[in-house]
Ligand binder design. Structure first.
Ligand SMILES: O=C(O)[C@H]1CC[C@H](C(=O)N2CC[C@@]3(S(=O)(=O)c4ccc(F)cc4)c4ccc(OCc5c(F)cccc5Cl)cc4CC[C@@H]23)CC1
Length: 273
């Protein structure tokens, strides 16, 4: 080959490229896998949810919700939550590496993180301009959930969505953030914590690379506060669920879908399939 066709004689540079390339490639592949999994496993496309923002519950429809029994409203929310969680289970299964974890650890991560992921996904179905959320076909404010008798939990959920919307996360950022939230190596009862920690750090690096490339590094520090808020939201939900069930011990089995029961009550129920 002529001199200018000789390969560049720069071992240091080549080595650095060779060393850096695989991690960038693998991190880009992981990002693509997570974004694809997110798109395929959301209940609604974000464009659909935004196109429906004009459909707001009328005064009469709000009054109808407020005249429903506590039990019926809890049941409706529990069913809608369980629906959303089924999609989150599918999201998890499509993340490269998740199915390589032990069955036990897959269940531990989903038990601990599925509501957190749904709460992050909710920012897509929330309209920050009028503080309404997409619920049973239309948008409604906190007043729709009044008969639940847990206004503090509802208010906190709405405030969380409002503050998350303020970050203007793209679909790609929502996808990567929910994967980071789900693959939390600090969940209690994990068998192979190190294996989850390795997977978590790969996703974390992919998320950081994506944010840096789009000059969105400032979002990272705000998102770490969000994970703390998610944790307190979920324990508040468990508290309110416990007090709801204490008054109706027999109802739980008839009122809620088995998956809701398995995830949020301590009773040893049908295993999560
Ligand atoms: O496209 C997608 O995938 C998205 C579609 C939209 C989905 C979505 O926003 N959601 C899926 C169901 C829903 S909601 O729309 O029913 C809703 C309920 C209360 C709210 F304040 C706001 C929304 C939900 C249901 C129960 C819940 O906590 C547990 C719980 C109970 F169980 C029973 C009583 C009270 C509570 Cl608090 C929290 C949330 C938040 C996420 C909401 C999120 C995924």
């Amino acid at each position: 080959p002529s001199p200018d066709q000789q390969p560049v004689n720069a071992p240091g540079l080549t080595c650095r490229l060779v060393c850096v390339l695989p991690s960038l490639l693998s991190s880009d592949c992981l990002t693509a896998n997570i974004v694809k999994s997110h798109r395929e496993t959301c209940q609604y496309r974000v464009e659909e949810l935004q196109a429906l923002r004009w459909k707001v519950f009328s005064r009469e429809e709000v009054l109808a919700y407020q005249s429903k029994s506590v039990e019926e409203m809890w049941q409706r929310c529990a069913y809608r939550l369980t629906d959303s969680i089924q999609y989150v289970v599918e999201f998890a299964k499509r993340i490269d590496g998740f199915l390589e974890l032990s069955q036990n650890d897959q269940i531990v991560l989903l038990k601990g993180g599925s509501l957190e992921v749904v709460l992050v996904r909710m920012c897509r179905s929330f309209n920050p301009d009028n503080g309404t959320v997409f619920f049973e076909g239309k948008y409604g404010g906190t007043e729709v959930f009044k008969s639940l008798g847990c206004n503090d939990l509802i208010a906190s959920i709405f405030e969380f969505s409002q503050s998350l919307c303020a970050l203007h996360l793209s679909e790609q950022e929502v996808a990567l953030f929910t994967a980071v939230v789900l693959l939390n190596p600090e969940r209690a009862w994990l068998q192979d914590k190190e294996k989850v920690a390795r997977l978590h750090s790969h996703v974390d690096v992919a998320f950081k690379n994506t944010l840096q490339r789009s000059h969105r590094d400032t979002v990272l520090s705000k998102l770490s506060q969000k994970t703390l808020q998610l944790k307190s939201l979920c324990s508040l939900h468990i508290d309110r669920l416990r007090s709801f069930l204490e008054l109706r011990p027999l109802l739980a089995h008839s009122l809620f879908p088995p998956l809701y029961h398995e995830l949020f009550t301590d009773s040893p129920d049908a295993p999560l399939e």
